[in-house]
Design a protein around this ligand. Structure first.
Ligand SMILES: [Zn+2]
Length: 117
């Protein structure tokens, strides 16, 4: 399985989670919730696989589970202000056919919350 992209991503996420856990005084993490926009082109199965592989070496996270929420891509038309779901990466307003579109959702990448004790 080729998941270099996801591996690097997950490594970065687990670094952040580890730092946060220490500052909150957590000794064990039970759950990590991620929010990722579709524009990030992340394959959820690869991400899960990388998580499972990496967490084995991190006692703090070894028992934890991963939940990933994928955000749809949403655009906002600059001409008519119509908001719409972008499908098939077609950045065109369905109302006025304008291609001058702002991305309002879909590029998210953050840890929503962590649970532990
Ligand atoms: Zn429009």
């Amino acid at each position: 399985m080729n998941c270099m992209h996801e591996l690097a991503l997950m490594q970065g996420i687990l670094d952040v989670v580890t730092k946060n856990a220490h500052s909150y005084g957590l000794r064990r993490i039970t759950k990590i919730k991620l929010v990722i926009g579709k524009l990030r082109a992340v394959v959820p199965d690869s991400l899960e696989f990388c998580f499972t592989t990496l967490k084995e070496d991190i006692p703090l996270i070894a028992q934890g589970e991963l939940e990933v929420e994928i955000k749809e891509i949403e655009g906002s038309c600059r001409r008519c202000s119509h908001q719409f779901l972008v499908e098939g990466y077609r950045f065109r307003c369905p109302q006025c056919e304008c291609t001058d579109v702002d991305i309002v959702s879909g590029s998210e990448l953050y840890v929503d919350y962590i649970e532990g004790d």
